[in-house]
Design a binder for this molecule. Structure first.
Ligand code: NOJ
Ligand code: CA
Length: 665
C-alpha cells in the first residue's frame, strides 16, 4: 500500500533519491545564518534546516495522508521567492512595536485537480512553513499529517507529554531519542552545536492541534500527530485551505527564544476595527478560597461570590490601583459541575445581587469580570453565547474568564478541530460584544492574539491552582515554563500567593479541603519569587491571586500596586532552561525586573543598561531575606540608580527578586 510505503520511507532513502534545480530550492534567513531547503522527488517532498552551516533538521517528510492531496509524479513544480521587512504595532503585548523580517519561498506543485503550495519563511529567529491547497473536490478529509522533524544530532529537550485534552502536565527533560510523544512548544538544545530551538505552530484555525510522536523506526524523527475526532478523522476542511504554520524558533541562547516574535509575525493583522475597549489590567478575585477549600463556588454558608464579598473586593481593587475583579461562583449551576455540567450563564445566585454589584463596580470605575465555567458542555454554552455576552455588555462587563474543566460532550477532544472551532467562535462572538477573553483549559496559544487582540490570555499549563491540591509546581517547573509554554504567548498563571504556607486556611477549622486531602500542600517558592512571577509570567490580565486579607499590611504588595500590566517593551535578559530566568519590562516610564531560580540558590549581576539614558530611577528591590533564610520573609531596599549601574541579584533556593525602577522627578 502506498500509504504504508510513504510512512516508513526513511529520511536516508529520500536523500539517496536526489533532487536538484527547481526541485531543490533554498531560502536563507536575512542574516544568512539559517537555511531551509526543499527536495522534491517523484515519491516525496522533504525539507531540511541548517544553522551556521550545520544541519539541524535532516531531510524530513512533508505532506498529508488525505485523498486529493497526494500529487502525482507528473505534477509540475515552480518556485517563487519574496522578502518582507515591516514594523507593526499591537494594542498590547510584551512589546508593542515589532519587526517582521523574513525571506520567503513558495514552492508550488500543480496538476489538473490539485495545487499544493508549501510556503516557507526564514527569519533570523527561526523558520516556518505551511501548506496551502486548492483541490477539485468539495472538501478534504485529513486522515493524518506526515510532517516530520528529523533531528540531525542529539539534543536535550523540554516538553510536556501529548494529551489532546490537557496541557496541565509536568515538564520532562529528555534526550530527543527518548521522546515518545510531546506537545508543543517543544523546546530543545542541540548537544554539540548548542543551538536552542522550539517546535510549535502559528495561526491555528479550523484544524486540530499538532503534537509530536516518535517515528517507530528512529526516535530522532518526530512526526506531527493531530488530535483526532471521535471517528478517527483528523480534520475536514474546505477544498481551498491553508494550514497553521509549522514553526521552529531558533536561537543562539535560551533567552533568544523568549525574545522572538516569530509566532506573532506569522499571524494576520488585527481584524477588530476599534480596539479602544481592549485594555490590559490587573485583577483580584474570589478564587483562591475555593481551591483551598475555605470557600465554595456553590451557594451555602461558605459561598465566596456574595454581594458582601464583592463590595469588599471592589473597594480593595480601587484602593490598590487594581482595575478588575473576578467572582467565580456568581452564577447558578455549580452543583452540576462534574455531573450533567449544566451551568446558567445569566442567572446569578440569590446571594449575589449582580445588578447592584455591577452598578457599584461601574460607579467606582472597576471592571467587573464574568466567569463562565462550562464543564465541557459546549453545545449548551454555544447556544447561549450571544445572549450571555449581550447581557454582560449591558452590565458594563468587558472581560470573561471561560473554563472547560470536564470532558467535551460527544467524545470530542478539547484540542481537536471541533475544540479549535469552538474556542475561536467564543473569541469572535466576544469581539462583537466588546468582550476580552481569558480562557482556562484552552487550546494552545498560536499567536492569534495579533488578529484577535480580545483573546488576552489563557491558562494551558499547570497554573497556581495545582499548589492548592497537589504536589504543586516546583521552582524547577517555574524555570522551565518561560522557555516552553510561555513561548506560545501570555499565560493566566494567577500568580502572587503571599500566604505561602496557607496559615490562614489551615487555621480555619471549618475548611473542607477541595480536591483533597491537601494537608501537605503549600507554595513551593519563596515569597519574593511570588512577586517576581508577576513580571516573569507575562499576562495582559495579571492577577494577584491570593485572598485580599493576605495582602493587608504586607509591604511586598506595594510591588503590585506599582505594577502596570499594560507593558510597552520586554526583554529576557538572562536565563538557562530549567535553571533561572531574568526578565525586564517597561510600561510607560517605569521598568520592572523579575528574576527566579530553581531549587538552587543563585547570585547574578544585573547590568542596568536597559534603563533610559540620563534618567535617575528609584529602584525598590523585593528580594529573599538572605540573612534569615526564611522563605516567608522579604528584604526590601531602595536605591537611586541609572543605566550605568548594576545591581546584585541574590536568590535563595526556590527564590527570586523583583525590582521596580520609577523615574525620580
Ligand atoms: C479550572 C480553572 O483553571 C480555575 O481557575 C477555576 O477556578 C476552576 N476551573 C473552576 O472553573
Ligand atoms: Ca485549570
Amino acid at each position: 500500500m502506498k500509504k504504508i510505503f510513504i510512512a516508513t520511507l526513511s529520511a536516508f532513502a529520500l536523500l539517496a533519491t536526489g533532487c536538484s534545480g527547481e526541485k531543490n530550492p533554498i531560502v536563507k534567513s536575512p542574516d544568512g545564518r539559517i537555511e531551509v531547503s526543499l527536495c522534491h522527488t517523484d515519491s516525496a517532498t522533504t525539507y531540511s534546516v541548517s544553522v551556521d552551516g550545520h544541519q539541524l533538521i535532516s531531510p524530513s517528510r512533508l505532506g498529508f495522508d488525505a485523498e486529493g492531496l497526494r500529487p502525482s509524479p507528473s505534477a509540475k513544480v515552480s518556485v517563487s521567492f519574496s522578502e518582507a521587512d515591516t514594523t507593526w504595532r499591537q494594542p498590547w503585548g510584551e512589546n508593542k512595536e515589532l519587526r517582521d523580517h523574513y525571506n520567503e519561498m513558495a514552492f508550488a506543485i500543480a496538476e489538473s485537480d490539485l495545487t499544493m503550495t508549501i510556503r516557507v519563511r526564514a527569519f533570523d529567529d527561526g523558520i516556518a512553513f505551511r501548506y496551502e491547497w486548492r483541490a477539485s473536490r468539495d472538501s478534504v478529509i485529513i486522515m493524518d499529517e506526515l510532517t516530520e522533524f528529523a533531528f540531525a544530532e542529539s539534543a536535550t529537550t523540554w516538553s510536556i507529554p501529548a494529551d489532546f485534552d490537557s496541557y496541565e502536565k509536568e515538564y520532562r527533560k529528555l534526550p530527543v531519542d527518548s521522546v515518545e510523544n510531546a506537545n508543543t512548544p517543544f523546546t530543545f538544545m542541540t548537544d554539540s552545536t548548542r543551538v536552542y530551538g522550539s517546535i510549535h505552530e502559528a495561526a491555528l484555525y479550523n484544524f486540530p492541534e499538532m503534537t509530536l510522536k516518535a517515528d517507530s523506526g528512529s526516535r530522532r524523527i518526530l512526526r506531527a500527530a493531530l488530535a483526532p475526532m471521535p471517528d478517527g478523522v483528523k480534520a475536514v476542511v474546505p477544498n481551498s485551505f491553508q494550514t497553521p504554520w509549522r514553526t521552529i524558533q531558533i536561537g543562539h541562547s535560551a533567552t533568544d527564544l523568549i525574545n522572538s516574535a516569530m509566532i506573532l509575525n506569522l499571524n494576520e493583522p488585527c481584524k477588530i476595527a476599534d480596539v479602544s475597549w481592549i485594555k490590559p489590567q490587573k485583577y483580584v478575585g474570589i478564587w483562591w478560597g475555593m481551591h483551598l477549600g475555605t470557600q465554595t463556588w456553590t451557594m451555602g454558608p461558605r459561598h465566596g461570590a456574595t454581594t458582601e464579598n464583592a463590595i469588599k473586593y471592589i473597594d480593595f481593587a480601587k484602593a490598590n490601583n487594581i482595575q478588575g475583579v473576578l467572582f467565580e461562583g456568581w452564577n447558578e449551576g455549580w452543583e452540576n459541575w462534574g455531573g450533567n455540567q449544566h451551568f446558567d450563564y445569566i442567572k446569578a445566585y440569590a446571594d449575589f445581587d449582580i445588578d447592584y454589584v455591577a452598578a457599584y463596580a461601574r460607579k467606582n470605575n472597576i471592571e467587573l469580570w464574568a466567569h463562565d465555567e462550562t464543564g465541557g458542555n459546549i453545545p449548551e454554552f454555544e447556544s447561549v453565547l450571544d445572549s450571555a455576552f449581550a447581557y454582560y455588555k449591558s452590565l458594563g462587563i468587558h472581560t470573561v474568564k471561560t473554563g472547560y474543566a470536564g470532558g467535551f460532550k460527544g467524545g470530542y477532544y478539547h484540542h481537536s478541530q471541533y475544540g479549535v472551532r469552538h474556542y475561536q467562535k467564543v473569541v469572535e462572538t466576544a469581539a462583537r460584544y466588546q468582550i476580552m477573553i481569558d480562557a482556562h483549559e484552552p487550546i494552545k496559544e498560536t499567536g492569534i492574539r495579533r488578529t484577535w487582540p480580545n483573546m488576552m490570555t489563557r491558562e494551558g499549563a499547570r497554573g497556581m491552582e495545582w499548589n492548592a491540591w497537589s504536589a504543586g509546581n516546583t521552582a524547577d517547573y517555574l524555570c522551565v515554563l518561560p522557555f516552553v509554554r510561555l513561548l506560545s504567548g501570555p499565560m493566566d498563571y494567577t500568580p502572587g500567593i503571599f500566604d505561602i504556607n496557607y496559615r490562614r486556611a489551615k487555621a480555619d477549622k471549618g475548611r473542607i479541603e477541595w480536591n483533597g486531602p491537601n494537608g501537605d500542600c503549600c507554595i513551593k517558592t519563596t515569597l519574593a519569587r511570588q512577586i517576581a512571577n508577576w513580571v516573569i509570567i507575562y499576562s495582559p490580565l495579571q492577577m494577584a491571586a491570593d485572598q485580599i486579607e493576605n495582602y493587608e499590611d504586607q509591604p511586598g504588595f506595594q510591588f503590585f500596586r506599582d505594577f502596570n500590566a499594560d507593558c510597552d517593551w520586554s526583554s529576557a535578559l538572562q536565563g538557562e532552561i530549567g535553571e533561572y530566568i531574568v526578565v525586564a519590562r517597561r510600561a510607560g516610564e517605569t521598568f520592572y525586573v523579575g528574576a527566579g531560580t530553581n531549587s538552587h540558590p543563585r547570585e547574578l549581576t544585573l547590568p542596568l543598561s536597559f534603563l533610559k539614558k540620563g534618567v535617575t530611577y528609584e529602584a525598590t528591590v523585593y528580594g529573599d531575606d538572605m540573612a534569615s533564610g526564611n522563605p516567608e520573609k522579604l528584604s526590601i531596599i531602595t536605591k537611586k540608580v541609572s543605566c550605568d549601574d548594576e545591581l546584585p541579584i541574590h536568590m535563595m533556593a526556590t527564590g527570586g527578586q523583583a525590582i521596580t525602577f520609577i523615574p525620580v522627578k
